[in-house]
Design a protein around this ligand. Structure first.
Ligand code: HEC
Length: 220
């Protein structure tokens, strides 16, 4: 029996369904998204990370921070907004300008999509990277001391030196200076914040206000 036509049909169906779901459907859902928020006001979804923060993003990837941290506020789990990780859900358009979206899928530590809005102090980030126990006692995040140089104080202490509590000081006459990688990583952390609105992702308090209005209307 000649099975050629069946094999052809089978292969054709596999290719056609894969194409439909992987390319066509995905393109239909997100392919039309635009980075423009308001052309009149010249507002756009913020661009890909630049400058020191862009270097910090590379360091973030190099050190595997993504193995413990996500960058995606979800509403499905129902908790992220109550946890204070963001004011609204993250949606596809939030990543439209990202050369690489570091969404992640493991959450041993908190989500970092908005960490720049939560922890605004650069020194906090540097101390936390040097040793999380300094400002997050009991943290199980690893310390990254290799991102810092310990050196002898010659003359005046450097203005870049970490302001360490005595218990964490490397010793008399020594100071701890962040390397470029540590500085860039701190810049990247400070740059992570979602401070613009998207119509497809209203803020949770707006959703609540809307639900309340509907409920009140129903009660009248
Ligand atoms: C083994 C898992 C793990 C790894 C790897 C890890 N973290 Fe964390 N991280 C945590 C945990 C747990 C916390 C919560 C406790 C704390 O604040 O230290 C945390 C907290 C943080 C916070 C504070 C978040 C907030 O909401 O205040 C920042 C910023 C952060 N991590 C950045 C990083 C960066 C940058 C890297 C990579 C250099 C990294 N983490 C690697 C587990 C991890």
């Amino acid at each position: 029996m000649n099975r050629g036509p069946f094999i052809f049909l089978g292969v054709f169906l596999i290719v056609a369904t894969s194409w439909t779901f992987v390319l066509f459907k995905a393109n239909q859902e997100v392919g039309q998204l635009s980075a423009v928020l308001d052309e009149d006001l010249g507002k756009y979804v913020p661009g890909n990370t630049v400058g020191a923060a862009a270097h910090g993003k590379e360091v973030y990837q190099e050190l595997g921070c993504i193995s413990c941290h996500t960058q995606q506020v979800r509403v499905a789990s129902g908790m992220d907004i109550e946890r204070g990780w963001g004011e609204r859900q993250s949606v596809a358009r939030d990543y439209i300008n990202d050369h690489k979206a570091l969404i992640g899928n493991v959450r041993i530590g908190p989500d970092l999509s908005n960490v720049g809005a939560r922890q605004k102090d650069r020194n906090w980030h540097l101390l936390h990277l040097y040793n999380p126990q300094i400002n997050s006692k009991g943290s199980n995040m690893p310390a990254y001391p290799f991102l810092f140089d310990v050196r002898e104080i010659v003359g005046e202490p450097s203005s870049h030196a970490l302001d360490l509590p005595p218990a964490f000081s490397p010793g008399e006459g020594l100071e701890v200076i962040p390397t470029r990688k540590a500085e860039s990583l701190a810049s990247y952390m400070l740059s992570l914040k979602v401070d613009y609105e998207l119509k497809e992702a209203p803020k949770s308090n707006e959703i609540m206000a809307e639900e309340l209005a509907v409920a009140l209307e129903g009660a009248q």
